[in-house]
Design a protein around this ligand. Structure first.
Ligand SMILES: O=C(O)CCC(=O)C(=O)O
Ligand SMILES: [Fe+2]
Length: 357
């Protein structure tokens, strides 16, 4: 648990610990707000595919704000409050969830890959799968007391919104009805991210530049800013809108759409004014799903941009992944290893013994 930032901050309040300080070229600069992020009112959409035609032909949907989505304001607030309460628990209470093992379903972690990375990120996260609820809810914390009730209701609501969006995207892409149903959207992973108050945010990142790996992300970012999106090689700040979801296209959806939809790169900077807690919901396939460009999208295109893969094969557990400098590269065969023929040995013992030596 010494790896959690909140613990370090109890003792080192005035300075960022050295192991979190990025080299100057990786530090975030102050960035302008993103004024062009589309705000989609889900009530106004009425499932009309024409709204999403443009999504099929451009990257407009890479990042959106979604309002009037059907998850109540109260529930949007409650998950943030209860999520923060979890991070405010005493260390002994959180400790049993802390793990570096990616196979542990319900797990608290610090930074990204704490034991392997050179510089740590200013983030803690607590994540667990949520669907089907009855398979997972018994593993969730019982403290805070409302955790299971609040996250249970939220996960049902947020999954509904995600599936509705996938239906609309399906229409917009011209795919057969229900394409994203079944195993492609079976999974729901919720991650509560906590970015503690930071003494000097100009030196650190909460999360480095990345795209999300699955189908769709629905981010409930509360009222503390910190999310930045990369647009035309420029970082822009995504200002929070009350009760809205930030929706991200993920890598697998980019592949399924054969590149028509683009996964959005983003990162997070912490704040020196307030701690930031966010609740991130990833709609993802079940294990062993085949991810490939939708065949009907390939009919009119000369080639596919992506190779198919299975979600099972793709996931080497994080704890087995070596840092780049320790990974094996392809090597040539050794052509000079001596081959000793034992029958020959009797004929000329001395020669062969010398050969062995
Ligand atoms: O907390 C945020 O604002 C974004 C989190 C995020 O990008 C992630 O968890 O993948
Ligand atoms: Fe992300």
């Amino acid at each position: 648990m010494h790896k959690l930032i909140s613990n370090k901050c109890l003792t080192i309040q005035s300075a960022v610990p050295e192991s979190y300080i990025l080299p100057p070229e990786r530090r975030p600069s102050v960035v302008p707000p993103c004024k062009t992020i589309p705000v989609i009112d889900l009530q106004g959409l009425h499932r009309r595919s024409d709204r999403f035609d443009s999504a099929a032909s451009s990257s407009r949907l890479a990042k959106n704000m979604l309002t009037n989505h059907g998850v109540s304001e109260q529930l949007m607030k409650d998950v943030l409050v209860v999520g923060k309460e979890f991070f405010d628990l005493p260390v002994e209470e959180k400790e049993r969830f802390y793990s570096e093992d990616t196979n542990q379903t319900c797990r608290l972690k610090s930074s990204l890959n704490y034991d392997e990375e050179k510089v740590h990120f200013w983030r803690e996260s607590f994540r667990h799968p949520c669907h089907p609820l009855e398979d997972y809810i018994h593993e969730w914390p019982q403290n805070p007391a409302r955790y299971r009730e609040v996250f249970g209701s939220y996960s049902i609501g947020v999954r509904k919104v995600g599936l509705l969006l996938l239906d609309l995207i399906c229409e917009g892409l011209g795919l057969e009805c229900g394409y994203f149903g079944g195993e492609l959207s079976q999974g729901l992973l919720i991650s509560i991210n906590h970015y503690p108050l930071c003494p000097d945010p100009s030196l650190v990142l909460g999360l480095p530049k990345h795209g999300d790996p699955y189908l769709l992300t629905l981010l409930n970012q509360g009222h503390v800013a910190g999310l930045q999106v990369l647009k035309d090689e420029q970082w822009l700040a995504v200002e929070p809108i009350s009760n809205a979801f930030v929706v991200n296209i993920n890598h697998m959806l980019q592949i399924i759409s054969n590149g028509k939809l683009k996964s959005a790169n983003h990162r997070v900077v912490p704040s020196s004014d307030a701690a930031r807690t966010t609740v991130v919901s990833f709609i993802r396939p079940s294990n062993n799903s085949l991810i490939e460009p939708a065949k009907s999208l390939l009919v009119n295109e000369c080639s596919t941009h992506f190779k198919q893969f299975s979600t099972f094969q793709s996931a080497v557990p994080e704890s087995y992944v070596l840092p780049p400098e320790r990974r094996p590269t392809a090597v040539p065969p050794c052509k000079t290893i001596p081959v000793i023929d034992l029958q020959e040995l009797d004929r000329d013992r001395t020669d062969s013994i010398q050969q062995i030596i």
